[in-house]
Ligand binder design. Structure first.
Ligand code: CTP
Length: 401
């Protein structure tokens, strides 16, 4: 199962370090090559000789050891593995990587690992009070946002006799997580996906704007799913209440014109462009510098915004272009017209009148309309499930291009 895979196993100084010996043994039994890097404190708990004997490879622990041969051993170690696992990861170690500190070999390797290319699993192990300390909570939150994967510690009796969360997961469970993450579909690796999401805001004066009900959920689900399948993801989003998914390049914008400028700047990098954003078709002709004071009735003249999708359709070349169509009537007719008029490869048609579909919901019910006239009606599903399904269909069609 793990044949031809190389795992870099980082061990830091916690009592759970003894479990890493078992983890190394399990990984090797599955056919993986295991490269161990230990911190100086880890060596107080388990000897390099144990790990060297189990893995059949030299154990690295120093930044400056002439016997390693290479002067840039930290870079070599960061580039070799398919995955990095730090088990146990102490509170101190999490703090160091959260703040970019590289003061020993393992923290330096971690800083040099490209998270876009290889996953990093962290298995924290510490006393409950330390685990719940706000500094540690913040570090874990930040690291998750940056795309690190956590093997959450278990509750139980800890080495110090305290009972609570903080016990490192068992090696068998960690092995399952490692296998799971390594076997995740990687059908987008090497590809760049640009996703636009959310509403736009069209300012009228310093306190007012025109906008719509888009929550951004569909676009964020697509960005997350594409990242999980190995893509580099550029997410250009209007204002939403959502956290950007881990590991994506995030570009916040406000107005349709800002979104237009950024999309035009970035689209040439992308192989696939998915436009879920609910772009305002109109904006106030004039944006007032001062707040408009009330006095009688008021007319506001609206002018057309640029149609981003239309423009992309004319410039797309061989890129795969996906549009969304939100309709309240004549769904298929209107969606077909948009697909043809905007030179799309696929359009996801959303009937806003259907139960479970549309804005601010966790679920969606859509039809996929293809260039060749085919229509695929999909059942109600979560936006995350739908995101994976859409990405699967796109990938299938790209093979034909
Ligand atoms: N879109 C865009 N730029 C705009 C308006 C829409 O890129 N100024 C994109 C949306 O991101 C979506 C698709 O066009 O992928 C369809 O949006 P929708 O509002 O359903 O359709 P419109 O093309 O604006 O047509 P209409 O308003 O007439 O329904």
């Amino acid at each position: 199962m793990l044949k031809d895979k190389t795992i870099l196993l980082g061990i830091t100084g916690g009592i759970a370090a003894y479990k890493s010996a078992e983890l190394a043994r399990l990984l090797i039994k599955e056919g993986a090559a295991v490269q161990v890097v230990m911190t100086a404190n880890a060596e107080a708990f388990i000897t390099p000789l144990t790990m060297r004997t189990l893995t059949g490879r030299p154990v690295y622990s120093s930044l400056f050891n002439p016997s390693y041969g290479s002067a840039t051993v930290h870079i070599d170690l960061a580039r070799e593995p398919d995955m990095v696992v730090v088990a146990p990861a102490t509170a101190n170690f999490l703090g160091k990587i959260a703040s970019g500190i590289a003061d020993d070999l393992l923290s330096t390797v971690l800083l040099a690992v490209d998270l876009q290319v290889r996953p990093v699993i962290l298995a924290p192990s510490m006393n409950t009070a330390m685990f719940h300390n706000p500094a540690v909570r913040d570090n874990i939150k930040l690291l998750r946002q940056r795309g690190y994967i956590f093997a959450d510690p278990l509750a139980g009796v800890l080495a110090c006799g305290d009972v609570g969360e903080g016990r490192m997961v068992e090696p068998g469970q960690l092995l399952l997580l490692i296998k799971d993450k390594l076997s995740a579909r990687a059908d987008y690796s090497g590809l760049t996906v640009l996703v636009t999401a959310g509403p736009t805001r069209e300012p009228l004066d310093p306190v007012r704007f025109f906008s719509n009900h888009s929550s951004g959920r569909m676009g964020y689900a697509l960005a997350r799913a594409a990242r999980e399948r190995g893509a580099r993801v550029l997410l250009i989003s209007g204002p939403t209440a959502l956290e950007p998914p881990p590991g994506v390049d995030f570009y916040p914008v406000e107005s349709a014109r800002e979104m237009y400028a950024l999309v035009m700047d970035k689209f040439s990098l992308a192989d696939v462009i998915i436009k879920t954003a609910a772009v305002a078709d109109y904006r106030p002709e004039e944006t007032y510098a001062q707040k408009i004071k009330k006095s009688g009735d008021l007319s506001i003249r609206l002018v057309r915004n640029p149609d981003i999708l239309q423009e992309l359709g004319s410039r797309k070349g061989t890129r795969f272009l996906v549009g969304f169509a939100a309709e309240t009537e004549n769904l298929q007719d209107n969606a077909h017209k948009k697909l043809a008029a905007k030179n799309l490869d696929l359009i996801v048609a959303n009937d806003l009148t259907r139960e479970g579909a549309g804005f601010a919901q966790e679920t969606n019910k859509v039809s996929l309309l293809y260039r060749d006239g085919r229509v695929e009606e999909l059942p109600l599903m979560t936006k995350y499930e739908l995101a994976h399904l859409i990405l699967g269909r796109i990938r299938g069609l790209m093979v034909d291009i």
